[in-house]
Ligand binder design. Sequence first.
Ligand code: ATP
Length: 615
Amino acid sequence: MRRAEVGHRLEVLRLRRALLALLPGAGRGVLGALVGAHLLGSLAPGGIAVATGWLLTSALDTAGAGGIVAPLALVAVLVLLGQCVEIAREPLDLLAVRRIDGRLRSELRRRVTGPRGIAHLDEVGYADDVARVSEAGGWRTRTPGTGAVGQLTLAGRLLGATLSAFVLAWYAPVLAVGLLGVTLLMRAGIRRQWVRLGGIWDSRSGDRRRMKYWADTLSGPRDAKEIRLFGLGVWMTERHTDHGRAWLTEIWAERRGILRRQWWTFLLALGAGLAALSLPGAALAAGEIGAGELITMVLAAWGVFTAGAMGHEAFDIEYAVGALRAFERLAAHPSAAEGGSGGTLPAPTAPTHICFKGTGFRYPGSDRVVLDGLDLDIRPGEVLGIVGRNGAGKTTMLKLLTGLQSPTAGSITLDGVDLADFDVDSWRRRVSPVFQDFLHYPLTARENIALGAPEVDADDAAILSAADAAGARELIERLPDGLDTLLTREHTGGVDLSGGQWQRIAIARALFAVAHGRHLLVLDEPTAHLDVRAETEFYDRVVAAVSGVRGSTVVLISHRLSTVRRADRIVLLEGGRTTEAGSHSELMDLGGDYADLYQLQASRFVADETEWTVV
Ligand SMILES: Nc1ncnc2c1ncn2[C@@H]1O[C@H](COP(=O)(O)OP(=O)(O)OP(=O)(O)O)[C@@H](O)[C@H]1O
């Protein structure tokens, strides 16, 4: 055996031990009952063989019925016990699987959300592993939990086969050892082929994820408009089928190969079956054993076969080993170390001086430098507008500012102290964001706003005040159940909002957060969906109120220069650094790129107005 193969086998053994170590997650009571059920189940085949042989011997030996009462009762008890164990095992298995998987998934969620930043979520391999650990594969749900319980089933089967072999060995030791050996050989051979199949399954996690994406997109209401109008249904169905075929073709080919290669197991099984029948038969013919012993031997041989045969647990274990391997990769991912290794300083409770010093950043796995030696001061209580072309790095800068990503060069400081030294959670409780892709929670209007500060016990007055400032109050009052209206059509009685209405709710959420101690309001294209009147009112209602009245700092990104022109300072981001900075009038006087952009936007309105006048 080659070294690599030995290494691989040892690795699989280690993972199988790790699967066993998951079993206590089922809880002491369930695990105890499960072990008891498997133990009793493994006694059944050998026990029934002995009891049936005894029954037949007694029936042939005794003239009256009295002699068969005890063996008959034993057979009945054993059969009944076997049935009860079978009936009890199914729900116990399920309960244990659910508990083990539940724990593992909680641990998975903890690991995915634990790291300081979100860089790990951008890695394709990481996403594949998360999908692999969380997925339920095949026609039967296969998870680490089913693998762990499968180990118990396997142990029960092997014990049952060994006990049956002991019964057989009492009469024919060579036959018993031979049958057990052949059964285990067949099992190992078949398992080896399924291991290969499991390897293919593991390597195709990405294809399955893409397949799921197309299936969800096709069937969900979110994307239905575009799919219908562009006529993408057939195209997407084909993509779904292509991704499915990409990995299933390989799986099917391997399965066909497995079936073709089964001839040797059929031959072995045939030989073993013939030996199991003919040797006891010959012994009976020679007068060495009686009919009772013959039945015991044949049933015990049958017990060796059935208990040693491949059940679904072998596949459960193979698939679970793959999932566990993915879980271990996630646990060993560098981001896992970030969880507890961040700074511990509590974040400042008052608006603070934020400073980007030669800050550089590139996304993991990308060569493109997004921020390149960015130097920028954000003064406490000021409104800073950030403008720049698409892809200039504005949103990325916000991700760094909020600790979602860490600089790959230079630093960011809060009152002179590196942001990395602060406890990231305490810093995030000082930041209130409205990102371009803010979340639409399928919850009530009240919850959608109150989630801006989940740690507080929200009262309606504070929620309505935030809604008022965001221009969302009227909209809430028109909802069928006011604040209690569910903002999703996926549940009965729920309503959906327009893009602009959702944006008002998101702004209300951010304002609610500011009212509860967040002193840095971060707004990324907050007026993109607002109508003209709402956009015009936005600065006074939201930005000036937060900065002027509360003294908080506001960072405002917008392509609509009319939204940012009143900011205390505006910076133009270009090529990963600031190229211009100043107030609107200073930048206009400078006559640089900002002034060009502003005039370009303004001239469109003037041109439109002229057109209207002429018409
Ligand atoms: N998760 C990511 N992984 C890799 N590259 C990314 C990621 N997110 C953004 N980028 C790249 O980083 C660059 C800056 O993106 P960013 O979203 O910060 O730009 P932006 O200035 O906010 O653009 P816009 O005005 O269009 O919103 C872009 O080239 C983009 O392709």
